[in-house]
Design a protein around this ligand. Sequence first.
Ligand SMILES: Cc1cc2nc3c(=O)[nH]c(=O)nc-3n(C[C@H](O)[C@H](O)[C@H](O)COP(=O)(O)OP(=O)(O)OC[C@H]3O[C@@H](n4cnc5c(N)ncnc54)[C@H](O)[C@@H]3O)c2cc1C
Length: 393
Amino acid sequence: MTGCDDSFDIIVAGAGPVGLSFAASLAKSDLKVAMVEPQALERLANPPFDGREIALTYASIRVLRELGAWDAIPACHKSPVQGARVLNGSSPFALCFDPPRGSAEPLGFLVPNWQIRDSLFKIIRLHDHVQLLCGHSVVGVTNSHKGAVVKLSDGRRLTARLLVAADSRLSRTRDLLGIAADVNRLGSSILICRVRHERAHHQVAIEWFDHHQTIAMLPLMEGVSSLLLTLRASEANRLLALDDDLFLMELTDRCRGRLGKMTLASTRHTYPLVTTWAHKFWASNAALIGDAAVGMHPVTAHGFNIGLCSQKQLARRILTARRDRRDIADPDMLQRYENCLRLSAAPLYYATNLLVGLYSGEHAAARLARHVGLRLAQYFPFVRHGISAMLRR
Ligand SMILES: Cc1cc2nc3c(=O)[nH]c(=O)nc-3n(C[C@H](O)[C@H](O)[C@H](O)COP(=O)(O)OP(=O)(O)OC[C@H]3O[C@@H](n4cnc5c(N)ncnc54)[C@H](O)[C@@H]3O)c2cc1C
């Protein structure tokens, strides 16, 4: 799987969950693929817990199943979400999302990010024509008549017909390609940890927009939830630095006893909140997938779901071009990829940003708008059913 070739059909920058799923989508073809990833091979092969529990839609589960990754994830790591409640401040009113009446199927499943990475990595390593170049990053990109010329951090130069950037929302490859992006640093962070708690969660997720904080409680195994606190970055860092006892005390206080007595069940992690929208999803001999193309705010839990969809759309076009002996970096094909992804991702991206603006505002008008918005959504069932249906697609 590792070697010293320097000429490939495709180079993927970034072995995150989207880069890995893209390589897995191509793994059964005869395309020669290289994956460039700064992390060490050992770490990719044994991804550590990173706090993230990814809410997967049924469409994403289908893609992971087709790749062989879904069945490789142990059942104990797939937590069903039987419902979701949205709360506003201290109001007892809750906007409810439930599966349609008569359906026994949950809204979706929560799976730890490290498990998704692990199962995808195990697929990649079975395929000799996917080469992993770990411990390196992409530091330069130029074009030749044959395709992209990629410079690595160790000075090596690789060539490929197509370079695919999957190197995060702050993608360096995207910058090197000269593709502009709206990068919005929100000044807040998400602090995440797992807690064991006294009260049952009944597999129902809670999103609670409280004053100066948002708390998400994601139901995992019985008596265990993942807690996500969205706070000013300085507040999140202060909490991260507290010792376990003080941290738990403050957490219990912030949750106002909603889960009963709590104990810590994992390490704590923080993520700065940054959203990204690339102005183009392709350039000459190159394309963007995953967060490098569309970096969603996590509040609607759709970043990876969109990323998985983006890699599938691109991989499908590449495989068809290969089968028909056409160019795998054809500009018309890449433009069609962009059109399709733009159409599916833009409504969610902008609706999510609108929601974030509405729910993070602390002034009286924003509070009133939230209050009215939640009640309207509750009394117009098509809104709730539309969102539930979107999750279950
Ligand atoms: C707190 C939190 C909760 C979330 N919850 C959900 C959820 O419930 N549902 C959902 O769908 N999404 C969720 N997301 C979003 C999801 O995690 C991301 O959309 C997903 O990780 C994007 O995958 P990616 O592979 O595109 O990028 P990343 O995961 O960012 O991976 C990028 C990879 O590129 C590598 N890299 C960086 N620079 C370079 C370089 N120069 N050259 C080569 N490689 C490089 C990195 O090392 C990394 O391995 C959440 C995100 C956060 C922060």
